[in-house]
Design a protein around this ligand. Structure first.
Ligand code: OAD
Ligand code: ZN
Length: 247
């Protein structure tokens, strides 16, 4: 695998490194990308399910879609890409994972400094009183009601048309702007404001690298594009970083 000398040198000097991850990072774990394949859910567009009105119109139906996704996400394991990112956190004074994924796999791989821009499927909360629920029985086919107030319980994920969690977004922007090296990994970089992060980093002077199996709309604006599966590319990269740190 070919990494540029520039990237290796930048990483050797870097104090702050941040990464933006997307669905592609979990693809090698077997999490279907945003548009699920197979099963009854194939007939529905995610935009029609992942939205507040759909939930209010038919809470049980939308709840069941999330139960299905929860089951899929619980049964998979972090892949070498997630593990390499967790190891990189130990190798730089500041290292932040900014993720669009809701599957919890960065935390399960051991990353600690993870900012979730689109929420987390393992958390849910009551629409009425905001009580949070973390343990959801995935076999429960009817939408859960809050134990305290009887309100509807929804997954703590960002739906189409909703704002991103403000603190997470601000923190992500700060980390992006403070990065010496920034990676955009396994994301189509089409969904905003998440896709702003590599651009913020670039404008602030970071060396910005994309890792993706295909070119994206952003590739041409970045400093380096590495084509390949994130699990494979990051496994190679972590070996190089390890070797450099030991010299
Ligand atoms: P996308 O499905 O838009 O893009 C996935 C990207 O991963 C594509 O560019 C693929 O080429 C790439 N890819 C696939 N397999 C890969 C692999 N093994 N290694 C590296 N790259 C790979 O997913 P996101 O960019 O995450 O938002 O989508 C962003 C947001 O759109 C999602 O968070 C979701 C959706 O609307 C919300 O739910 C709010
Ligand atoms: Zn409640």
């Amino acid at each position: 695998m070919k990494f540029s000398k520039e990237l290796i040198n930048r990483l050797a000097e870097a104090k702050s490194v941040s990464v933006l991850t997307g669905a592609g990072v979990s693809a090698e774990s077997g999490v279907p990308t945003f548009r699920d394949k197979g099963g009854i859910w194939e007939k529905f567009r995610p935009e029609d399910l992942a939205n507040f009105d759909a939930f209010i119109n038919d809470p049980d139906f939308v709840w069941n879609w999330y139960q299905h996704r929860r089951e899929v996400m619980r049964d998979v394991k972090p892949n070498p890409g997630h593990l390499a990112l967790a190891e990189m956190e130990e190798m730089f004074p500041n290292f932040t994972v900014i993720t669009q994924n809701i599957d919890n796999l960065h935390f399960r791989a051991g990353s600690k400094n993870v900012t979730e821009l689109h929420g987390n499927i393992e958390r849910s909360f009551c629409l009425k009183c905001r009580t949070f629920y973390n343990e959801i029985d995935v076999t429960e086919k009817k939408v859960l009601r809050c134990e305290k107030c009887g309100g509807l319980i929804r997954p703590d994920v960002v739906w189409f048309g909703e704002m991103l969690p403000e603190k997470a977004l601000m923190y992500a922007e700060e980390c992006a702007a403070a990065s010496d090296v920034f990676f955009s990994i396994g994301t189509s970089a089409e969904v905003y404001p998440a896709a702003l992060m590599p651009l913020i980093a670039k404008r602030a002077g970071a060396y910005v690298v994309e890792i993706n199996t295909k070119p994206t709309v952003m590739s041409a604006d970045l400093d380096e594009v590495i084509q390949g599966k994130s699990g494979e590319v990051l496994s190679e990269l972590i070996k190089l970083i390890r070797a450099n740190k030991n010299n």
